[in-house]
Design a protein around this ligand. Structure first.
Ligand code: PA5
Length: 529
């Protein structure tokens, strides 16, 4: 084990500081050796070259034959064509113009002078960024208060709508879906349309779409005469869309300074283009992940932001990292099962939960601490002589970092001065680029999501089976057993699926299951009319 003096030296040797952002990255508690850094140099030469090509407009997502342009969003001048540059800048201008009109009441609901709420409908990359940013800047007097429908759970939808109550009449609905065909978003929209209709409100006067150019959702929004649409492009992935219209529209409407978020990302992008691992914070992160997980995801990344406002950063990173890096095949078609598992919540809260295992249990992880230097903008009382609550937060973070290290558990610490639009934009850009670098290091495509698409298709198959089951029961005047149904539908290999569908329909009073519920094969069923 290194002595305190050696560790202090290692800390100083590896500490990265960005003066304009006030952001530090400390990878001194990841136990790589100088030899390891030397070994990684050629891999990083390739990673830097890959990033240069990607930013210049190469087809960096070969499976889908797409460019990968989220870095252009905050530096439009580097976008490869004039048309793309214009699209990016015009969209930001339009978002600001639209926001101004909503805030001043030029655009308002039919029955009131102003909108009071936003209801954002979307899932995955079309929800997690907006949720994370909303939490970062939440306050009592936001111009519009945001709620989210990000699932197919009817009870969850009921709760969101119940909490909105009468304010539905002054709610602006954002339907966010790049493809414009994701079932969760489409169902959320239909449920909300129905709620508006039930309340005697004209949904079209409340709705805007943020969606892929030419998508079914865009066509629907135009045909229905919705308030407006903002574009998503095929060169922006869902999980890297926070700084596109997907994230900027809800952020601007909540009074968040989107130009500052973009500036923070722009500054971080400039810093992470430097082709030297020691001077490039994203390269430092990617190298540390590679070392800690042996370039094979052998250890998980536990993200611990010691700040309530950053609570959702762990969830946001979980998607960004796992959906990008979790891939079966590498770019040469070899089966590699790559990935980096990410989980986390927040410190110091988690110290009273799973940090017990982190400190003493199975050492299958490395930690990432996110530290915020400024406690609060308001003065807080001393809780004991010379000590305020925020000092405890620092103490807990430092104490956990040291205890983990002493017990052979490595960590990275990212420190920002405060949670501001500038630093949040920078954090997003830092991790986006670390993911891009890591993908190059392990030779995978970080920009497609075949597993997500497969999940969407598998869900559709089950629903198709349900429709067949229901229509068969409709046409039958006697109860049928599972086996009879599976035989009639020529779906014997799907008999278990049919059972799960039947049990769900029974629980929701759509069909009646007769027989011993503990013996699925004996059950008979009929439709409840
Ligand atoms: O990052 C991704 O690509 C996904 O998580 C998508 O954002 C998610 O599946 C939602 O897709 P869409 O925006 O097309 O509705």
């Amino acid at each position: 084990m290194s002595s305190a003096v050696e560790l202090w030296q290692r800390y100083q040797d590896w500490l990265y500081y960005h003066s304009e952002l006030g952001l530090y990255v400390d990878i001194s508690r990841i136990r790589f050796t100088p030899d390891f850094v030397t070994q990684m140099q050629p891999k990083f030469v390739k990673a830097f070259a890959d990033m240069k090509a990607l930013e210049a407009g190469a087809i960096a997502n070969p499976d889908e034959q797409r460019m990968v342009g989220h870095y252009w969003l905050r530096t439009p001048e580097i976008a490869p064509t004039e048309e793309l540059r214009r699209d990016i800048t015009e969209t930001i201008d339009r978002i600001e113009d639209f926001t101004k009109k909503v805030h001043t009441g030029v655009i308002h609901p039919p029955s009131a002078p102003k909108f009071t709420d936003i209801l954002s409908i979307g899932i995955g990359g079309s929800a997690l960024g907006p949720q994370f940013v909303a939490q970062c800047f939440n306050k009592a007097d936001v111009p519009l208060k945001i709620s989210f429908i990000d699932n197919c759970d009817p009870d969850g939808i009921d709760l969101v709508l119940d909490l909105l109550g009468d304010r539905l009449s002054t709610t602006l609905v954002l339907v966010i879906s790049k493809s414009g065909g994701t079932p969760e978003a489409a169902n959320g929209m239909k449920e909300v349309e129905f709620a508006f209709e039930k309340a005697g409100l004209n949904f079209t006067k409340h709705a805007i779409a943020i969606t892929g150019v030419g998508s079914a959702l865009e066509k629907y929004a135009i045909a229905q005469g919705w308030l407006d649409q903002f574009p998503m492009y095929d060169w922006i992935g869902g999980r890297t869309s926070e700084l596109s219209a997907v994230g900027l529209v809800p952020a601007a409407l909540q009074g968040i300074d989107i130009r500052e978020m973009l500036r923070g990302a722009n500054l971080m992008d400039a810093a992470t283009r430097i082709e030297d691992i020691r001077q490039n914070p994203a390269a430092m992160l990617a190298m540390s992940w590679y070392f800690a997980s042996n370039g094979k995801g052998e250890k998980d990344m536990v993200v611990l932001p010691y700040k309530d406002r950053l609570l959702l950063f762990s969830r946001y990173l979980q998607q960004l990292v796992m959906e990008s890096l979790g891939k079966e095949q590498d770019l040469d078609g070899n089966t590699v099962y790559q990935g980096l598992a990410v989980y986390g919540n927040k410190g110091s809260t988690d110290q009273h939960a799973y940090v017990q295992q982190l400190r003493e249990g199975v050492p299958n992880f490395f930690a990432t601490f996110i530290e915020v230097l400024q406690d609060s903008i308001t003065p807080h009382p001393e809780v004991e002589a010379g000590v305020v609550t925020g000092d405890y937060l620092l103490g807990f973070l430092q104490g956990t970092r040291n205890a983990l290290y002493e017990n052979g558990r490595d960590s990275i610490t990212v420190t920002i001065p405060f949670v501001s639009e500038l630093t949040v934009g920078a954090l997003i850009a830092l991790y986006e680029r670390a993911v891009s670098f890591y993908a190059s290091l392990v030779n995978i495509n970080a920009y497609h999501q075949p597993g997500v698409e497969a999940g969407k298709k598998a869900g559709a198959k089950v629903l198709n089976l349900q429709q067949k089951l229901v229509s068969l029961l409709k046409s039958s005047n006697v109860s049928l057993s599972l086996e009879e149904i599976a035989t009639k539908l020529d779906a014997l290999e799907d008999i278990e699926s049919l059972y799960h569908i039947a049990r769900h329909l029974h629980a929701n009073s759509k069909i009646l299951l007769e027989g011993d519920l503990s013996k699925p094969a004996t059950l008979k069923m009929m439709l409840i009319v």
